[in-house]
Design a binder for this molecule. Structure first.
Ligand SMILES: C[C@H](O)[C@H](O)[C@H]1CNC2=NC(N)=NC(=O)C2=N1
Length: 99
């Protein structure tokens, strides 16, 4: 899968307001009510990652989940990252699905 240009990434990000592009990856931070809700979302995201065979660089501090997506094999951002970002959005912001 080929790496997208910075211009293509910025254009796509218009549909992903939670995400920013820098350092050859797209990044987002999600805040939950508590650790349980955060870890529950992480578990659900983990299953999507396995289904897509694409995995995030992420960290969790109590109720905050920080995610960076890039395609290691392409050394940058590809369509796979946007597919996973879409799946993550559907889990953490389900009310935005039809937006
Ligand atoms: C062998 C396996 O298909 C690869 O390691 C996959 C798995 N998950 C991956 N995840 C990410 N983010 N980038 C990759 O290049 C990648 N490659």
């Amino acid at each position: 899968m080929s790496k997208l240009s910075a211009e293509a990434i910025e254009k796509r990000l218009l549909h992903f307001p939670d995400w920013d592009y820098y350092d050859d990856a797209i990044h987002a931070e999600f805040e939950f009510d508590n650790f349980k809700d955060c870890f529950s979302a992480m578990s659900r995201i983990a299953f999507e990652c396995e289904a897509l065979n694409h995995h995030p660089d992420w960290s969790n501090t109590y109720n905050v989940l920080t995610i960076s997506l890039s395609t290691h094999s392409a050394n940058g951002v590809t369509e796979k990252d946007f597919k996973l970002a879409e799946a993550i959005e559907a889990i953490v912001e389900p009310e935005d699905e039809d937006a």
